[in-house]
Ligand binder design. Structure first.
Ligand code: ZN
Ligand code: ZN
Length: 444
């Protein structure tokens, strides 16, 4: 990571200034103000240090910075000094490129009162402050994650589920687990505002809420996932620096995410109010909170641990994906061990599933045949061997079983065969009774 260049190409001059302002904030400067876009006074940022000093910062997002820039800033510093004779005025020039020899020499000549930060220094500064820049924006950095389960658990979870599937003893399942941390931001807020019309106050609104914004899409997280993480405890863990797991980077800055959250909150808390006007006519009005009505109480960048299990059984592959929170809380997004490989029906319980020993397909009750001879082997409707009697099919797990049965069947007489076919047998019983009834009614 150390050797990657700063990716500032997508930035315009103004965005570059904002970036520098953020870096300065992280460095501990206070009261940072980015001056107007269209100024030409030799300072882009004004900020305060810890010792009653004022810093003027000039930002140059360009390849070369020459002497005139230093001179201009010096002029601005003199001007500021007159305004604040009690304070010490200092200057900084920051560039994404480098300074000309002439500029450096001039700065030495005037006593090096201006700090020069070139692209290389800027990069070191970012590394030092643990600032990651993507497409010219400072990304959120956090190691905060919802509490995770131990490494063995996802595998055990897959095997435990598999052990409940009928016929599992025939073949072992191989499980590969992977943990990915998905970036998100937890936001707790309060919305409070009054709405007035010509008749006076018509609505007083006050609500607290929480929202989780996806750090990749910038959208509100799926409500099931939000619900999962909101309920009960809010335990967090640090992701270890040497962790081998994948951490998906945030695509947004804090400001971006806050803006997305505010838009969502505004939308969620806009409501309609009915009131009666002075003319006794009923009206309705949309009450919409303004930005200042929304108070962000907490803003926590936090990773959501998502496990993926890849399960191989014979030639078949199954996927499980679940979010975790603490040791016993999981939210499954995908569980293919409960999904029929033939009809794709998703069941709620592993106990409803069977596994075909021939192909490894996990199947639902509608697609499993139990071997008629051994009365226990489950086989998928694709591989089941069938023997037709009259109306009924009997199914077998193997060719041998079906052959064995066929031979036995051929040695039976017609009535024994009929008895074997439950469907045909039932129908013929009904037929015989029907005939007897006919005869009786004819006799009468
Ligand atoms: Zn099925
Ligand atoms: Zn099969």
């Amino acid at each position: 990571m150390e050797d990657k260049p700063l990716m500032l190409d997508g930035l315009d001059g103004y965005q570059f200034e904002e970036l520098i302002a953020k870096i300065m904030k992280k460095k501990g400067y206070q009261n940072i103000r980015v001056t107007q876009k269209s100024h030409d006074v030799g300072k882009d940022i004004i900020m305060e240090g810890n010792n009653n000093d004022i810093f003027l910062v000039e930002c140059k997002h360009q390849h070369f910075v020459g002497r005139p820039i230093i001179q201009k800033l010096q002029g601005a510093m003199n001007h500021e000094e007159m305004k604040h004779p009690d304070k010490e005025i200092k200057g900084i020039v920051v560039t994404s490129g480098s300074f000309s020899q002439e500029a450096i020499a001039y700065n030495k000549q005037i006593g090096q009162e201006i700090e020069l930060i070139d692209g290389k220094k800027l990069k070191n500064l970012c590394n030092e402050l643990k600032i990651v820049i993507l497409n010219g924006k400072i990304q959120i950095i956090t190691n905060n994650s919802f509490e995770n389960i131990n490494e063995k658990q996802p595998k055990e979870l897959a095997l435990k589920g598999y052990s409940k599937i009928y016929g599992n003893q025939e073949h072992k399942a191989k499980v590969k687990s992977e943990l990915v941390y998905n970036p998100a931001c937890y936001i707790r807020y309060n919305v409070s505002f009054d709405t007035y019309t010509s008749v006076g106050l018509i609505d007083s609104y006050n609500h607290s809420g929480q929202i989780i914004i996806d750090g990749v899409t910038g959208k509100e997280l799926d409500e099931h996932i939000q619900g999962f993480y909101f309920t009960s405890r809010f335990d967090t863990d640090e992701i270890q620096e040497n962790s081998t797991h994948k951490t998906i980077p945030y695509e947004f800055t804090e400001n971006d995410i806050e803006e997305h959250a505010v838009n969502k909150i505004t939308e969620q808390h806009t409501h309609e109010v009915s009131y009666t006007g002075n003319n006794n006519v009923s009206y309705s009005k949309n009450c919409t909170p303004k930005r200042r009505d929304i108070d962000i109480k907490e803003f926590i960048p936090i990773y959501l641990p998502l496990w993926t299990n890849e399960i191989a059984i014979l030639k078949m592959n199954y996927k499980q994906q679940f979010y975790v929170k603490g040791e016993h809380n999981r939210l499954f997004l995908i569980d293919e061990l409960k999904k029929c490989k033939i009809c794709e029906r998703q069941e709620m319980e592993y106990e409803k599933m069977s596994i075909c020993p021939e192909c490894g397909r996990i199947i639902c009750k509608n697609h499993v045949k139990i071997d008629y001879l051994d009365k226990k082997t489950p086989i998928c409707s694709i591989h089941a061997k069938s023997v037709k009697i009259f109306l009924q099919n009997k199914y077998f797990a193997t060719k041998e079983n079906s052959k064995k049965y066929q031979e036995w069947l051929e040695s039976r007489n017609f009535f024994q065969k009929l008895y074997e076919d439950k469907v045909a047998f039932s129908l013929s019983i009904l037929g015989v009774f029907g005939l007897i009834w006919l005869i009786i009614s004819w006799i009468k």
